[in-house]
Write a protein that binds this ligand. Structure first.
Ligand SMILES: Cc1ncc(COP(=O)(O)O)c(C=O)c1O
Length: 395
């Protein structure tokens, strides 16, 4: 009998920074038979989700869900608050900031683009200077990616809010929380965010398919006079129908069953504990990378992300070759380098449904891969990470 290599036993390690692993409890919830989305049971489910999800965003503002990916949620935020030709301020922190900028440009928005090197986050002093140079308030919005998934950089939203306030500027603050919400502290209300953009497939532990906008009073007021033509993305009918638990389109029914279970899990753990867990697992990952003697993509340690670690490859070594070897040998997917850092970085996702042993397995796979691929590094990263995990606790 010939042996087949087609089946791989054991669970695939999905350690990309999203889509993240879907917990069994969520998978089971999604396997329920589909119900009538215009019936009373579904309306009750929607009302309960829209109420509980506010705790994840730390807001009392409306949370709107579209059947879409995160890209759709970017577009929804822009077309509901702005008019063609409006100016916005945006920062080149990496691939996702660049893609969001491109969405804005294609819509006819004038983007004041602050170039960056993909290794540093947004400097709040630059935000303040740019806004102070705009006394007539021509800049209508500041666009920031909270956690740049391509580079593993987390931007300081509270400091950026402060910079906008210091400049006494009326611009809206729009924050992409796609790879931070449910993993890294993001306080929509306290930090005066006007639109938080999110989607389902990262910290919320769901498959892709739900795009989210959280909308402040100021953003809502802007939406009354925003000049973009829109239909599907229009907030107004969503808000109106959501009041009774319905939608102006067919909602992604089974994803919402999953959302119901995922919210239960996040709230049972406690949202502060969820952030603490991500921080601790990120610290363990960083101790390993540091011990391997490898560089981080972010150059400023205060900007290290708690939902992923982007590792900078030594010169002459291709990150994608390492990733391929690790996938072939150990059945683990790591995140590829995107855009300008293609081949230069690989990304270890540590967000969503994971614990100490998931991370330990992940780091073992990376260390074995580094050795087999001949990437120069020091041994022992896994050892120090295990010591860190054993000597710290989740509480
Ligand atoms: C920070 C960030 N913004 C936006 C997106 C785009 O979302 P989507 O691919 O769901 O359209 C992603 C996707 O990974 C992301 O990480």
């Amino acid at each position: 009998m010939t042996e087949s290599a087609a089946f791989k036993s054991g669970r695939h390690f999905l350690q990309i920074p999203g889509p993240s692993n879907i917990p069994d409890r969520v998978l089971r919830a999604m396997s329920k038979p589909t119900a009538d989305h215009r019936g009373p049971e579904f309306a009750a489910l929607t009302l309960s989700i829209l109420d509980r999800i506010k705790m994840v965003f730390q807001t009392s503002s409306p949370v709107l869900m579209f059947p879409s990916s995160g890209t759709g949620a970017w577009e929804a935020a822009l077309v509901n608050t702005l008019s063609p030709g409006d100016r916005v301020l945006a920062f080149e922190t990496g691939n996702f900031a660049t893609l969001w900028c491109n969405v804005a440009k294609r819509l006819g928005i004038d983007v004041d683009w602050v170039e960056g090197d993909w290794r540093h986050g947004v400097d709040p002093a630059v935000v303040e200077t740019k806004l102070a140079e705009d006394p007539n308030g021509e800049i209508k919005a500041v666009l920031v990616v909270h956690n740049e998934t391509s580079t593993g950089i987390t931007n300081g939203i509270a400091a950026i809010r402060q910079a906008i306030d210091n400049a006494k500027h009326p611009a809206l603050l729009m924050v992409d929380g796609i790879s931070s919400v449910g993993s890294i502290d993001l306080r929509h209300d306290e930090w005066g965010v006007d639109v938080t953009i999110c989607c389902s497939q990262k910290g919320l532990m769901l498959p892709p398919g739900i795009g989210i906008n959280v909308v402040s009073d100021k953003a809502l007021a802007n939406s009354q006079s925003a000049g973009f033509a829109k239909s599907y993305w229009d907030w107004a009918p969503v808000i109106k129908m959501n009041e009774k638990g319905f939608y102006p389109y067919t909602p992604p029914t089974n994803l919402l069953y999953g959302m119901d279970a995922a919210l239960d899990m996040l709230l049972e753990e406690g949202i502060a504990n969820v952030f603490a867990r991500h921080h601790r697992l990120a610290e363990a990952t960083r101790t390993a990378v540091f011990a391997w003697g490898l560089e981080f993509c972010p150059l400023n340690p205060s900007e290290y992300s708690d939902s992923l670690t982007a590792v900078w490859m030594p010169d002459g070594h291709d990150a994608d070759e390492l990733r391929k070897l690790i996938l072939d040998r150990f059945d683990m997917s790591l995140g590829t380098g995107l855009g300008k850092v293609k081949g230069r970085v690989f990304r270890i996702g540590h967000l969503g449904d994971l614990n100490d042993l998931t991370l330990a397995g992940t780091l073992c796979g990376v260390e074995m891969g580094l050795g087999l691929a001949g990437v120069p590094h020091k041994k022992g990263g896994v050892d120090v990470a295990l010591q860190y995990l054993a000597s710290t606790s989740a509480e």
